[in-house]
Design a protein around this ligand. Structure first.
Ligand code: HEM
Ligand SMILES: *[C@@H]1O[C@H](CO)[C@@H](O)[C@H](O)[C@H]1NC(C)=O
Ligand SMILES: *[C@@H]1O[C@H](CO)[C@@H](O)[C@H](O)[C@H]1NC(C)=O
Length: 507
């Protein structure tokens, strides 16, 4: 009896201690202590996938209205953190940016872009830092963008001529803009001065195909055992085919550059117009970067410039013109500004853009309502962390709904209205410091192509409204203009923007 009661205290202590250990370190019960963000109820196997429409930024915004600015949705079995407020975005892209600067591995991207050797999808780390800094230094910095001025001016003149000479009654602006941005990228990245229209069209259509196949909501990424479906329905075969097409194309381009430069010793110093491929080949030859540049790196980086730079810039222009056609008062105000700035020289050059405050406000407002990449690019955390009081596990995929943030009534007055004036007397900018407004993302992974893109878009817009008066064809009125979005990573206007133009005789 005595000996038994003697044992009770240590026994109970041992049990308590074990339970205590389990509570603190044990697997099953430790998750119970974690405070997870709210989640909508999910179905077996597919999780919340059924709640995403073809325009996921819209369905996710609707869900976040019920579940809050930080919610955990389940795509298949994978928990994905959805960020829908400026405060939460600031926490992730500024305060804890280091932890959230990785990108998830995506199957199709991996397949087509050489195992994600590009900038946009490379995992966070030394390799990514190196290729990104090469590209920024050689193509995207203010100084380099300045140096392509002649290319832009020539391509703008071609665009204006094309519109002036068009014999058809209506002009397809969607088509004009995608050629403009694609031709400019082709010239500065590939050095093709005279890409023929056929080649240009081919690239554009292949890029479109890529956009369709590479959706980030690819089922195979979330429900791995459904992979076999992609094998039997031809999806994998299409991906394979597209990857081969791009590889052949880039292989040809690189070959061309190697041949052209044979004999010349130092490309970068030569006075010829130097393009990005030249520079990457030169860096490869000299091995000046910390580690050798592989052939695949060159192709992947060039690929990025096309994917990241073409559709986004042209889509922004299409949306801007569409909004201006819907809002004749804004169009008139912009045209007045353009005429005033052009003055007696009857033309607008890049030097004039800084004087065009209304133009800049128009572009900003258009990017607010129609960010070409509404969900930015997905991120992935590399450590356990705490965001707004919630525990976020290492390896969590993160999607930032910049579209929803830019329409959040908490930050924006009448958020659904197109009103460029709202930007006139604020310092609000898209360079990643104002988290209410992040069409280009922010932080380490933010878009490095802002200056490149905006110089093209602003100049194009200025020249267009100076030279022409636009109207909708077939007696359509403003309210008929369809603003439906097309599904895809880059959200474009679904129905191509057709307009009639009247030349402004003076210009
Ligand atoms: C209006 C035009 C453009 C828009 C709206 C846009 C938007 C974006 C967005 C939202 C991201 C992801 C940012 C993030 O995850 O935080 C991004 C990344 C990127 N953009 Fe852009 N972009 C545009 C034009 C361009 C151009 C012209 C280029 C280059 C020629 C470019 C190159 C890139 C690259 C390389 C990345 C990946 C950055 C990284 O992961 O480190 N973009 N862009
Ligand atoms: C307008 O151009 C776009 C983009 O090139 C193209 O997809 C579309 O078919 C064209 N539409 C018309 C009516 O010409
Ligand atoms: C890169 O391609 C060139 C020509 O196609 C080839 O001679 C060279 O060996 C390749 N380099 C690497 C590292 O694969």
């Amino acid at each position: 009896m005595i000996s038994f009661s003697h044992l009770i205290v240590p026994l109970v202590s041992l049990i308590l201690f074990t339970v205590f250990l389990f509570k603190w370190y044990g697997n099953p019960s430790s998750t119970a202590r974690k405070r997870l963000p709210p989640s909508p109820p999910k179905l077996p196997v597919i999780g919340n996938l059924h709640q995403l429409s073809l325009l996921p930024h819209r369905s996710l915004q609707a869900l976040s209205k019920s579940y809050g600015p930080l919610m955990l949705v389940h795509l298949g079995r994978m928990p994905v953190l959805i960020v829908s407020s400026a405060d939460a975005a600031r926490e992730i892209m500024k305060s804890q940016d280091v932890i959230f600067s990785n990108r998830p591995k995506l199957r199709v991207i991996d397949k087509i872009i050489y195992g994600s050797k590009d900038i946009a999808f490379a995992p966070y780390g030394e390799y990514w830092r190196q290729v990104r800094s090469i590209c920024v230094l050689q193509l995207l910095s203010n100084k380099r963008v300045q140096s392509f001025r002649r290319v832009r001016e020539e391509e703008m003149s071609l665009m204006i001529e094309k519109i002036k000479c068009s014999s058809s009654s209506s002009i397809n602006l969607s088509n004009i803009f995608v050629s403009l941005t694609n031709d400019i990228i082709c010239r500065v990245a590939l050095g093709r001065k005279h890409i023929d229209a056929q080649e240009s069209t081919k690239i554009v259509s292949k890029l479109k195909e890529f956009q369709e196949l590479a959706g980030f909501f690819n089922l195979g990424d979330y429900i791995p055992w459904l992979d076999w479906i992609n094998r039997v329905n031809g999806f994998d075969a299409n991906v394979e085919k597209l990857a081969r097409w791009f590889d052949d194309f880039f292989e040809g381009v690189i070959e061309e550059h190697r041949d052209r430069k044979k004999g010349e010793t130092n490309v970068i110093d030569s006075s010829n117009e130097v393009d990005l491929v030249d520079i990457l080949l030169e860096i490869q030859r000299e091995n000046v970067a910390g580690s050798p540049i592989e052939n695949d790196t060159i192709k992947a980086v060039i690929f990025d410039m096309f994917v990241a730079g073409t559709d986004t810039s042209s889509s922004a222009l299409v949306w801007t013109m569409a909004e201006l056609l819907k809002h004749p008062k804004s169009m008139e105000k912009l045209q007045n500004e353009a005429r005033q700035v052009a003055g007696s020289k009857l033309d607008i050059t890049e030097d004039d853009l800084d004087k065009m405050l209304y133009l800049k406000a128009v572009m900003k407002e258009s990017l607010r309502l129609h960010p070409p990449a509404p969900l930015l690019l997905p991120r992935e955390s590399t450590q356990d962390s705490k965001i707004l009081g919630y525990d976020i596990a290492v390896g969590t995929r993160v999607i930032i709904n910049s579209w929803a943030i830019a329409r959040d009534p908490f930050s924006w007055e009448n958020p659904e209205d197109f009103c460029p004036e709202r930007f006139l007397d604020t310092g609000m900018d898209y360079r990643g410091l104002n988290f209410e407004y992040i069409p280009f993302g922010a932080g380490r992974r933010g878009c490095p192509g802002i200056t490149f893109a905006m110089t093209v878009d602003e100049l194009a817009l200025a020249k267009l409204v100076l030279n022409f008066n636009f109207a909708l064809p077939h007696g359509e009125v403003e309210k008929d203009l369809d603003m439906t979005e097309s599904p895809g990573e880059t959200v474009c206007k679904k129905i191509p923007l057709l307009v009639t133009v009247k030349e402004n005789d003076k210009y």
